[in-house]
Ligand binder design. Structure first.
Ligand code: PGA
Length: 246
């Protein structure tokens, strides 16, 4: 039995005051039986760590460098994230792939860098609407995952995978539980061919998850929780989604 995981992706939102209010709201909303984490903007990681002291909510970042250290202005290494106590880092989010030209290999290299420092990468895969319409959903997500499997080899069992159809992110369009499950099953099968740990690995769904659709999504056999964007910015909504994963 896989324990569910719900991760809030705050994206580039918030400030010190609103973060403090949100984290206080989460304190009120919990505890949950699922694992819960928030991935916050870099400048707020340390304060988030402090605010979550003694709580079950874990925290992490939304990206990391593929490099170990050095002359990479503006980059943040996974060693730095580990130093701050991050448990997770999102890599390969579709917004990074689209706006920062991150390709499959770079995403895989970032996942490897994170694992090297004990930070669990949450590796995102997902197809665009054009790709879905062209019948390419399976081939796209399999190609994205294959690069990570190839790069991590025997360590692939250590990642968290997130299926996020690009057309469902921030649009209010959600993949139906059946649509999402179908892709999760494909990904699980691909993991099974790569590692004996596949059945204990968590595959999250992301894309317009809300309190009113979370129960159905999380009820599917291969959906092990969610990666939550917009709804993670409201403590009541995020709390309800975490409850749905109980
Ligand atoms: P959304 O974002 O829940 O706002 O659709 C999900 C994500 O991008 O991780």
């Amino acid at each position: 039995m896989r324990k569910k995981l719900v991760v809030g992706n705050w994206k580039m939102h918030g400030n010190r005051a609103s973060n403090a209010a949100l984290l206080a709201g989460l304190r009120e909303a919990g505890p949950w039986s699922a694992d819960v984490a928030v991935c916050v903007p870099f400048p707020y990681i340390a304060e988030t760590a402090l605010a979550l002291t003694g709580q079950a909510v874990l925290f992490g970042a939304q990206d990391c460098s593929a490099h170990e250290q050095g002359a990479y202005t503006g980059e943040v290494s996974s060693a730095m994230l580990a130093d701050l106590g991050c448990r997770y880092v999102i890599v390969g989010h579709s917004e990074r792939r689209a706006y920062h030209a991150e390709n499959d290999q770079l995403v895989a290299d970032k996942a490897k860098a994170a694992l090297a420092h004990g930070v669990t990468p949450i590796v995102c895969v997902g197809e665009t609407l054009a790709e879905r319409d062209a019948g390419q959903t399976e081939s796209v997500v399999k190609r994205q995952l294959a690069a990570v499997i190839h790069t991590l080899t025997h360590c692939i069992g250590e990642i968290v995978l997130a299926y996020e159809p690009v057309w469902a992110i921030g649009t209010g369009l959600t993949a139906s539980p059946e649509q999402a499950q179908a892709v999760h099953a494909v990904l699980r099968k691909q993991l099974q061919a790569a590692t004996q740990k596949a059945d204990s690995m968590r595959i999250l769904y992301g894309g317009s998850v809300k309190p009113d659709n979370a129960v159905q999504l999380f009820g599917m056999p291969d959906i092990d929780g969610g990666l939550i964007g917009g709804a993670a910015l409201k403590a009541a909504d995020f709390g309800a989604i975490c409850r749905a994963a109980n």
